[in-house]
Design a protein around this ligand. Structure first.
Ligand code: HXC
Length: 518
């Protein structure tokens, strides 16, 4: 064999070895846990044959605890770029078969390299996490590596979409990289995230808790809101990431791709004329409205199981990607509370950062009262949503379907928060508060002074209030609402407004950065 052929054979052999990660036995162990390997995950994620791998031959430089005798090419993470539906993405997937995917300094350098490349060319970064945390043998070097990744997460924030998939353990400070990214997806029963594990929890506060109870996918998707998605399986998780990407642009200088549809932009839906119950205290399902206005009835929900009183997610409208925010009258009457406010605020800011127009559907009776909410800083948290809408410069279209009371009416993208086009249905009630509450405040003395006719007085005053305020026309007369529309026409009215707003330019005053009430 010639020297050159020998060298090529050597390359092929080295590649072959690197592809084995931590070796056959550890791959089997990974499969036995019902988990895929890093490479198998990337194979599912990326278009066939599109993966361009970097740093396959990188090895760690640690010599502590006999580590100089343990080397695996690639060092616990597979990195590179590829395409998803033909669009460029940068990826890293931690390889649990090599030292439990633990983060060495060299591993962090590999991850930082793809993050730097993604930022340079303006393409999303997708990280698939499956790691035992900082590589213990490397000590402070591993911590420095984490910090370098975090810094890049921060610099890339709002410039390129960043998506984290949690496909195994993600503990300690490692959780902060996903937390800094735009979206976190977890896989049920095989992934967990927490700052301190069950053993530490027990020793410090004496609480007995399992990994799943402490930081499993269901917990983070429903209680903490740390996870935007909880997938049933790794395969479903990867499909969800791909779908999510289809609503996002490559970077903050671009718009999301158009998705052609056969669904007519002029479609009307007579069912919407019937959807609001006669009794204002009766709920209806906001999902029906969203599906009615979206292309092909297709709605991609985010944070589905967290703060269900507000709905957020993506849809296409005449092919355009839009962010939808909607109060859900079927859960807690659609009231705004701490979790609903911060859920929606982060979504609004994400849409604004990535040039995705906002469609807001309002039916909100107000903010949730009580000590629990006040002590938990509903003031600051509600202000986040107010702030997010007020600063957003993307096209903002608001439709008030029914209630739009008090501060909650303002917060939900009202005209004075630079709402571009604000519509109301004839069923809208835009007022400082509901009729019962208003009469009790305004006529408390009269009602108390005449207990015999209290009921009559109440009903009469309530009727006066309802006639005056429980409609959209006060707001429409003052131009706070641009038009009162027939519910059946909602889809085409929003699409027409989106078309008109395509050339929208709006600026914020020059500043170093804002001071959002965190
Ligand atoms: C080095 C590690 C490692 C780590 C796992 N391994 N975690 N090596 N550093 N942090 C190695 C194991 O020695 C083993 O090597 C292989 O990975 C697989 O681990 P197992 O324990 O056999 O797997 P499993 O039973 O599935 O348990 C997985 C695990 C457990 C729950 C993640 O390994 C674990 O508790 N690891 C330690 C977690 C931890 O405390 N990390 C530090 C957190 S603090 P072999 O050679 O046998 O295959 C932290 C700070 C970050 O991360 C701060 C950022 C700012």
């Amino acid at each position: 064999m010639s020297i050159q052929k020998d060298k090529i054979r050597n390359l092929v052999d080295r590649r072959e070895k690197a592809l084995q990660g931590g070796g056959e036995k550890r791959i089997e162990a990974q499969h036995a846990k019902g988990k895929l390997t890093a490479r198998e995950r990337l194979e599912l994620l990326l278009d066939e044959g599109s993966f361009e791998e970097y740093d396959m031959f990188v090895q760690h430089r640690c010599t502590n605890f006999g580590m100089d005798k343990q080397h695996f090419d690639g060092d616990g993470v597979v990195t590179g770029c590829g395409t998803i539906d033909g669009r460029l993405v940068y990826v890293f997937a931690q390889d649990f078969t090599v030292s439990g995917g633990s983060l060495s300094k060299t591993m962090s350098e590999k991850i930082c390299k793809v993050m730097d490349m993604a930022l340079k060319v303006g393409a999303p970064v997708i990280g698939l996490n499956d790691s035992g945390g900082a590589r213990i043998q490397e000590g402070i070097d591993a911590l420095a590596g984490y910090a370098e990744i975090f810094e890049r997460n921060i610099l890339a924030s709002g410039v390129i979409p960043q998506i984290s998939g949690i496909f195994g353990p993600c503990a300690g400070g490692a959780v902060y990289s996903p937390a800094l990214t735009d979206f976190t997806l977890m896989v049920k029963d095989s992934s967990y995230m927490f700052l301190t594990g069950p053993a530490v929890v027990k020793s410090v506060i004496g609480e007995e808790v399992s990994q799943e109870q402490l930081g499993g996918a269901s917990v983070h998707a429903s209680k903490s809101g740390v996870a935007h998605f909880a997938a049933e399986s790794e395969q479903e998780g990867i499909e969800t990431i791909k779908r999510l990407l289809s609503f996002l642009p490559q970077n903050n200088m671009e718009t999301a791709p158009l998705r052609p549809t056969e669904d007519s932009p002029a479609r009307v839906d007579d069912a919407l004329n019937e959807i609001i119950p006669d009794n204002p205290n009766k709920p209806y399902d906001m999902y029906s409205v969203i599906r009615s206005i979206a292309d092909d009835g297709d709605f991609f929900e985010i944070h589905k199981d967290f703060a269900k009183n507000i709905i957020i997610g993506f849809a296409h409208m005449d092919g355009r990607s839009v962010g939808i925010v909607a109060n859900q009258p079927a859960t807690l009457a659609g009231v705004l509370d701490i979790n609903a406010s911060r859920k929606a605020a982060r979504f609004v800011r994400m849409c604004d950062a990535f040039n995705i127009p906002l469609v807001t559907l309002v039916d909100v009776p107000g903010f949730l009262p009580g000590t629990q909410q006040e002590y938990g800083a509903i003031i600051t948290n509600g202000a986040k949503l107010l702030y997010a809408y007020g600063e957003a410069t993307v096209p903002k279209i608001t439709v008030t379907l029914r209630k739009g009371y008090g501060g909650a009416h303002i917060v939900m993208s009202c005209k004075q928060l630079r709402g571009d086009v604000n519509y109301a249905w004839p069923s809208a009630e835009i007022a400082v508060m509901g009729a019962d509450g208003a009469v009790n405040v305004l006529y408390a003395k009269e009602i108390k002074a005449d207990p015999e006719h209290a009921g009559e007085i109440f009903e009469q005053k309530k009727k006066e209030y309802v006639d005056l305020f429980s409609n959209p026309y006060q707001a429409a007369q003052k131009g706070y609402i641009d038009d009162v529309i027939e519910p059946r026409n909602t889809r085409w009215r929003i699409i027409r407004a989106l078309t008109q707003l395509e050339g929208k330019r709006a600026e914020l005053p020059a500043k170093k950065h804002d001071n959002l009430p965190l």
